[in-house]
Design a protein around this ligand. Structure first.
Ligand SMILES: O=C(O)CCC(=O)C(=O)O
Length: 239
């Protein structure tokens, strides 16, 4: 099966070498400068792992980095990810939002099982795909992605385990598939695909750049309702 058919049947797939080493290195520099800039990024970042103080988050989630650095939108990574997203779900897919999710060394904090669609408003066109790009080798010990093959587009009941933290749902964990990646590789997952990552038990950061794509009409509809992916984390989509 090719990647597109794997994605369409399971709700996720892996792409090797989405971006080359030169692009990985460029993105690492940008990534680190944003992570270390606690002033300009303060309004964009939070702790997906709970309520860590600014700069000492267990899992740093930094939303819309391209709002600070618009040149990211023209970068190779964003361009090729958008093309792949279009090849998976249609030519009308555009970037909805980007984010950085970093797991700091030895923080050992899992990202709980969830479906991304739980964070989003219920849109009439449900096509959406997230591209999770590894900026270093991602493996079980530092928190690579795990997915449960998708059966349908049903949204599960979600709740935040820690107030303000990540949303979580019950998941048939025995079906989970672990997807280790090399730097520059990525996974694509559908908004309804349950996924999770273990904590980072290593001495290095686990840096991932995540780009979410959906039909342009749906992005327009979101914006018209004030959804810009900068607001609080909460359940917006229920069974
Ligand atoms: O990076 C992680 O640990 C979680 C990423 C995630 O949940 C996502 O990309 O939707």
């Amino acid at each position: 099966m090719d990647q597109k058919n794997i994605f369409l049947s399971k709700g996720f797939c892996k792409y090797e070498n989405l971006i080359d080493d030169e692009e990985v290195n460029k993105l690492r520099l940008i990534y680190d400068s944003l992570l270390n800039d606690l002033v300009s990024t303060a309004h964009l970042r939070s702790d997906l792992g709970g309520q860590g103080e600014l700069g000492s988050e267990k899992i740093t989630q930094l939303m819309r980095p391209s709002s600070l650095l618009p040149e990211l939108l023209e970068s190779k990574a964003y361009q090729v990810a958008n093309l792949q997203a279009q090849s998976l779900l249609g030519k009308d897919l555009v970037l909805d939002f980007d984010m950085l999710i970093n797991k700091m060394p030895f923080t050992n904090t899992a990202t709980p099982w969830h479906q991304d669609a739980a964070y989003w408003i219920d849109l009439p066109d449900k096509r959406a795909v997230s591209c999770w790009i590894a900026l270093e080798e991602a493996h079980e010990e530092n928190g690579c992605m795990w997915f449960i093959p998708k059966k349908d587009d049903q949204i599960r009941a979600h709740q935040a385990i820690v107030e303000g933290g990540a949303l979580s749902c019950e998941a048939p964990k025995e079906k989970a598939v672990c997807i280790p990646l090399q730097p520059g590789d990525c996974t694509f997952h559908d908004g309804f695909t349950m996924h999770y990552s273990k904590g980072n038990t290593t001495a290095q950061n686990r840096r991932a750049l995540i780009l979410n794509f959906r039909p342009k009409d749906m992005v327009d509809l979101e914006r018209a309702q004030g959804i810009d992916h900068l607001g609080e984390r909460k359940v917006r989509n229920k069974p």
